[in-house]
Design a protein around this ligand. Structure first.
Ligand code: GLC
Length: 744
C-alpha cells in the first residue's frame, strides 16, 4: 500500500503498523499487576508513598494525583452501601441519590447454607459499590459466634468455621469480580463488643487455628480477599491493627496474603507498631468508628507525619514503607485502575430480586406442630392478626456502621398485606413497645412509633383481637438499638426484651394458630416454646424482608434455611459463660481487659455435645413444608490411606408432596484420639433441591484435612490413624446415618 494510504489507514484505525503506545506501564491495564506496581512505586517520592498509606478523609485515602493514580474510596458495609457522609464527619452529606438496597444480614446468608446465594450476594452488592465509585467494601465479617450476647453477630456467619469459610468465599469472589475489593473483618478475635478497644484475647493456638482463623484463611487463600481489616482488640498485648503475630507471622507469613491490611476506624495506636507490625492503610484514628474524631488530623496520623519524620531523621528506612505502598498500589490496580472494574448498578430490580431470594432461602422454620404453616386461606373471609412492633419497625437504620439509607424496606406487615391482598383480612396491633427511636448517623426512619397505652392495655387489645382471627402472627425479637443487635455493645442476656414473652404467652392461650416470627441476628430464649405451635427465625432481611417472610408464611416458598448457630436454652450451656470467660478481667494497672477463651474449641454445638446439653434448637436445624428421607450412608473405602479422597454417599428422597430443598450435613468424629476432640465437627454440606418423589445420591469427597486437628506443639495439622465416624443428616442433632472407616 502507498505510504499516504498507509498513513490514512493508520489514522482511521486500520493500522497495520503499531502506533507508538506511550502509556506508562503502571497505567496499562493489560500489563501484569506486579509490573504496574513496581513501575508506579519507582516513580513515587517518599512523601507520596506516605500519602497513600493513611486516610485523607473519613472514608478515603489519597492517591498520587501527579501520576494520575486515583484516591481510594472505602464504604461500609457488609449488607449494603452506606450513604455518603461529609468529608471529615460521620454526619450525612445529604445526597439525594445514595439510597441503596439493603441485602439480608450475613447471618441470614449463612442460614441459606447455599454458596450460590453467597455468589449472588457478592455480585449484587459489588455492583452497588462500583456504581457508587467505591473501591473497598468494608465487609464481609466472619468473626465466630462465641457468645449469643455479642452485639455484632448479625453481621457474621455463625458459630462454625467450616460453614463460615464455605459461605464467605463466593461472596468475596462475587464482589471482587466487579473490580471492588472486600475488606474481610474483623481480623481477628473480635467476638464481643463490650470493651472492644481494650480486650486482650488470651487463647491457645489450637483453638485459634481450629475455630477462629479458618474462615479468614479461606477468605484470604480461596476467596483471594484483596484487603483485610485489623480488629480493635488486642492479641498477645498488641492491638490487632498492628500485630506482629496475627498480621506478619500468620496472615502475611503463613498465608501469603499480598493485599493491604486496613485498620479499623481508630484501631491504630502507635507509629512504631504500625510501621513494623503489618498495618498498611490507617483509617479513622482518634475515633472509635462511631463518633467524631480530631478534626482533620490526617497529617498527624501515626503513618503520616510521624512516620515521615522517622524516615527523614534516619530512625527507620523505607523498606517497610515500600511494602505498604506496594500493597496499596496492588489494591488500586485491582480496583479503580483495573480493566475488570464495572460501571455497576444501584437499586436495580435484579438486586431486589437477589435480596428476596437470599431472604427466602435464609428464613428458618424452627417449629411447625400440626402443620400450622403454610397458612391456608382457601376459604373466603379469613382473618389474620399481626402483632408486634417488629412487624412495622424499620430495621435497616441503626445497629452501628452497617446502618443504611434504603430506597425501600418492605416491613413484615407490608409484605403480608401485599401477599394476602384480596385473600384475607389483615389487621395489625402493637402488642408491645420496644424502641420508638429511628435514627442513626443522621439517617431517620421517618416512622412515628410513639405509643401512650400501657403494656397491659396493649396485651388486652392483642388478646381480644386474637380470639376471632384464623391466624395470629407475632413479629418480635430484637432490633438495632444499643444492647440488642448493635455494634459497640452487647446484650445483657438471652431473654427477649420489652416483655414480649408475656405477650406471646397470652396470645398462645387466645389462639392455637399462633406463629411467632423472631427478627434477630442472634439466639434468644423462648420460655413459651412449648405453647407456640409454629416458630420462624426471620433474621434481618433488609429491603425485601416483608416479601420474603410472606413468601414463606403463605407457602409460596418452601423454607429451606438452617441455623448457622446453636440456640441454647440458657447461657449456662455456652462455654464462654459457663466458665465465666466473658467479658474478661480488667487489669489493675491499665484499661486492658484480659479475656481468656477458657472453653477452647468447644464453641456452640461442640460445647453442647461435649456436655450432653440439649439445645433449644440445634446448629443446622431447620424444617421444611415437605419431608425428606435418608437412605444408608456408604463410603467407597473401609480403609483410607489419607493421601487421596474418600467418597461418602447418601441417598436422599423428597418423600413429601411438594418440591423443596434439603441441606444435607456431614459431620466427622474421631472417637479415640490422643487429644480431646469434639464429638463431631461439620466437614461437608450440600443443599439439594428435590421434586416430590425424587431421590438423589449426595456425594461428599473427604480428604485428610477433614480428619485433622491442629497440633499446637508441632504447629501443624495432624490426623491420627484409627477409626473415624461420619454422621450424615439434616441437623447436628438429627443424624440419619453413620458410616465408619479406618485411617491407616
Ligand atoms: C466501625 C466498625 C467497622 C467499620 C468501620 C467504619 O467501628 O468496627 O466494621 O467498617 O468502623 O465505619
Amino acid at each position: 500500500m502507498k505510504p499516504t494510504i498507509l498513513a490514512l489507514a493508520a489514522f482511521i484505525g486500520f493500522a497495520p503498523v503499531a502506533i507508538a503506545d506511550n502509556t506508562p506501564v503502571y497505567l496499562d491495564k493489560n500489563k501484569p499487576l506486579e509490573e504496574r506496581v513496581e513501575d508506579a512505586l519507582s516513580r513515587m517520592t517518599t512523601a507520596e508513598k506516605i500519602d497513600i498509606i493513611h486516610a485523607q478523609s473519613k472514608f478515603s485515602s489519597r492517591g498520587v494525583p501527579r501520576l494520575g493514580i486515583p484516591d481510594v474510596w472505602t464504604t461500609d458495609g457488609p449488607h449494603g452501601i452506606r450513604p455518603e457522609v461529609k468529608w471529615d464527619e460521620w454526619d450525612q452529606a445529604g445526597w439525594t441519590n445514595d439510597s441503596c438496597v439493603a441485602f439480608p444480614a450475613l447471618t441470614a446468608l449463612a442460614a441459606t447454607w447455599n454458596p450460590e446465594m453467597s455468589a449472588l450476594y457478592g455480585k449484587s452488592i459489588g455492583e452497588e459499590a462500583a456504581y457508587r465509585n467505591k473501591d473497598i467494601l468494608l465487609g464481609p465479617g466472619v468473626n465466630i459466634y462465641r457468645t449469643p450476647v455479642n452485639g455484632r453477630n448479625f453481621e457474621y456467619m455463625g458459630e462454625d468455621p467450616y460453614l463460615a469459610g464455605r459461605m464467605v468465599v463466593p461472596y468475596i469472589k462475587g464482589v471482587q469480580a466487579n473490580g471492588v475489593a472486600v475488606c474481610l473483618k474483623h481480623f481477628a478475635l473480635n467476638n464481643n463488643e463490650v470493651n472492644r478497644h481494650t480486650t486482650n484475647a488470651v487463647i491457645d493456638d489450637r483453638t485459634l487455628y481450629e475455630i477462629y482463623l479458618p474462615a479468614f484463611k479461606a477468605g484470604v487463600q480461596e476467596g483471594g480477599a484483596w484487603t483485610i481489616m485489623g480488629a480493635y482488640n488486642l492479641y498477645k498485648d498488641q492491638h490487632l491493627c498492628h500485630n506482629q503475630y496475627m498480621l506478619n507471622d500468620i496472615l502475611k507469613g503463613e498465608w501469603g496474603f499480598d493485599g493491604a491490611v486496613v485498620s479499623d476506624w481508630g484501631g491504630c495506636h502507635d507509629t512504631d507498631q504500625a510501621i513494623h507490625n503489618g498495618l498498611d492503610l490507617e483509617f479513622g484514628s482518634w475515633t472509635d468508628g462511631l463518633k467524631a474524631g480530631r478534626k482533620n488530623a490526617y497529617d498527624a496520623y501515626y503513618l503520616a507525619g510521624p512516620y515521615l519524620d522517622q524516615i527523614k531523621n534516619g530512625k527507620v528506612g523505607t523498606k517497610e514503607l515500600d511494602d505498604k505502598a506496594r500493597r496499596v498500589l496492588r489494591t488500586i490496580f485491582r480496583t479503580s485502575l483495573s480493566k475488570d472494574r464495572v460501571r455497576g448498578s444501584m437499586c436495580s430490580e435484579a438486586h431486589y430480586d437477589a435480596a428476596r431470594r437470599i431472604g427466602d432461602e435464609g428464613i428458618v422454620l424452627l417449629k411447625n406442630d400440626g402443620k400450622v404453616l403454610p397458612m391456608n386461606f382457601d376459604k373466603p373471609g379469613k382473618k389474620m392478626l399481626v402483632v408486634g412492633e417488629n412487624a412495622v419497625k424499620m430495621m435497616t437504620v441503626g445497629g452501628g456502621s452497617s446502618s443504611l439509607k434504603v430506597q425501600r424496606e418492605i416491613s413484615p406487615l407490608d409484605g403480608l398485606k401485599a401477599a394476602l391482598n384480596g385473600v384475607a383480612d389483615v389487621e395489625w396491633v402493637r402488642g408491645y413497645v420496644g424502641d420508638v427511636t429511628g435514627e442513626y448517623n443522621g439517617v431517620t426512619t421517618g416512622q412515628d412509633l410513639s405509643e401512650s397505652r400501657s403494656k397491659d392495655e396493649l396485651i388486652a387489645e392483642a388478646v381480644a383481637k386474637a380470639k376471632d382471627a384464623d391466624y395470629v402472627v407475632f413479629v418480635g425479637g430484637l432490633n438495632k438499638s444499643a444492647h440488642q443487635d448493635c455494634e459497640d455493645s452487647d446484650r445483657a442476656g438471652l431473654e427477649l426484651p420489652y416483655a414480649q414473652d408475656e405477650v406471646i404467652a397470652a396470645l398462645a392461650k387466645a389462639n392455637r394458630n399462633l406463629i411467632v416470627v423472631n427478627i434477630s441476628g442472634n439466639a434468644v430464649a423462648m420460655p413459651w416454646v412449648k405453647e407456640v405451635p409454629a416458630i420462624v427465625q426471620g433474621w434481618f432481611l433488609g429491603s425485601e424482608a416483608g416479601n420474603s417472610l410472606a413468601d414463606v408464611l403463605t407457602g409460596k416458598v418452601n423454607p429451606s434455611g438452617k441455623l448457622p448457630m446453636t440456640f441454647p436454652t440458657s447461657l449456662d450451656n455456652v462455654g464462654a459463660h459457663a466458665l465465666n470467660a466473658y467479658p474478661g478481667v480488667k487489669r489493675a494497672d491499665s484499661d486492658i481487659v484480659d479475656l481468656e477463651y477458657k472453653e477452647g474449641i468447644l464453641v456452640g454445638y461442640r460445647w453442647h455435645e461435649a456436655k450432653k446439653a440439649k439445645p433449644l434448637f440445634a446448629f443446622g436445624h431447620g424444617l421444611s413444608y415437605t419431608d425428606f428421607t435418608y437412605g444408608k450412608a456408604s463410603a467407597d473405602k473401609k480403609e483410607y490411606s489419607g493421601s487421596d479422597i474418600i467418597t461418602v454417599t447418601v441417598p436422599v428422597t423428597n418423600s413429601g408432596d411438594r418440591a423443596g430443598a434439603e441441606i444435607v450435613q456431614l459431620y466427622i468424629g474421631d472417637p479415640k484420639s490422643s487429644v480431646m476432640r469434639p464429638v463431631k465437627e461439620l466437614k461437608g454440606f450440600q443443599k439439594v433441591f428435590l421434586q416430590p418423589g425424587e431421590t438423589v445420591d449426595v456425594n461428599f469427597m473427604i480428604d485428610k484435612s477433614a480428619l485433622s486437628f491442629f497440633d499446637a506443639d508441632a504447629h501443624a495439622w495432624k490426623a491420627e490413624p484409627g477409626e473415624f465416624v461420619v454422621s450424615v443428616g439434616p441437623a447436628s442433632d438429627n443424624i440419619k446415618s453413620t458410616v465408619k472407616f479406618k485411617l491407616k
